[in-house]
Design a protein around this ligand. Structure first.
Ligand code: GRF
Length: 217
């Protein structure tokens, strides 16, 4: 049976579009996006979802005085679709235990850096400031601590001498659009095994370490 996927977004939604594209090409491991939930009514991802016929829902964090109440309302909204997997695709609110405990082990996030380098915000600016020559993105399981859950896959890109935040962000984003659908497909195919802090990719004819993945792009 196809894995039911709920995608959480806050903004533009280009990673959501990449997931929908993979689904349309039958390259999402049989996964099916059943709902897109946003915490901001103006999130561009809502329009992308609607354009693909995917039902949407908004749980606006501004409607909640307490963070915990938002977490519970969001968790209830997500649970209503009984998803097998929750994907944070540019979801920019920190989720509390009230949410995370309900979806532990079945929630993935895409983060625009090679974790554990540059958790948090402004990753491209900070990578440029530190002078790193390699930057990238990470898909990881979500745990209570922000940006530190078990790493499923990473994609690396070079940092060029003439890069600015915009050019570097664009190069990383292109890698995100390749990486995230792969990681989601692996999850849907039941190929990810969490062993301590590490994630193993199982069932490959040619065994490959899931923690290092460089797209051809
Ligand atoms: C991506 O860079 C993602 O890694 C980060 O926020 C951005 C969201 O972009 N968390 P989009 O909404 O998927 O276009």
């Amino acid at each position: 049976m196809a894995s039911r996927i709920t995608v959480l977004v806050s903004g533009r939604g280009s990673n959501l579009a990449a997931l929908l594209g993979a689904q349309a090409r039958d390259a999402l491991g049989g996964g099916r996006i059943v709902r897109v939930v946003a915490n901001r009514p103006q999130a561009g991802g809502l329009g992308i979802a609607a354009g693909s016929g995917v039902p949407t829902r908004v749980v606006d964090h501004h409607d909640f005085a307490q963070r915990d109440d938002f977490d519970v309302a969001l968790a209830d909204a997500v649970a209503a679709d009984a998803p097998d997997l929750v994907v944070l695709a540019g979801f920019m609110r920190v989720l509390g235990p009230g949410f995370i405990e309900r979806f532990a082990g079945r929630m993935l996030n895409i983060h625009p850096s090679l974790l554990p380098a540059f958790p948090g915000l402004h990753t491209h600016r900070r990578a440029l400031a530190e002078g790193v020559r390699v930057h990238g993105c990470t898909v990881h399981f979500v745990t209570a601590d922000v940006d530190v859950g078990p790493i499923v896959a990473q994609a690396a890109v070079p940092v060029h001498d003439d890069d600015d935040e915009t050019s570097l962000a664009a190069r990383v984003l292109a890698a995100e659009h390749v990486l995230l659908p792969h990681a989601v497909a692996w999850y849907c195919l039941g190929r990810l095994a969490i062993v301590g802090k590490r994630v193993h990719l199982t069932g490959d004819r040619l065994p490959r370490d899931a923690a290092l993945f460089c797209p051809d792009a």
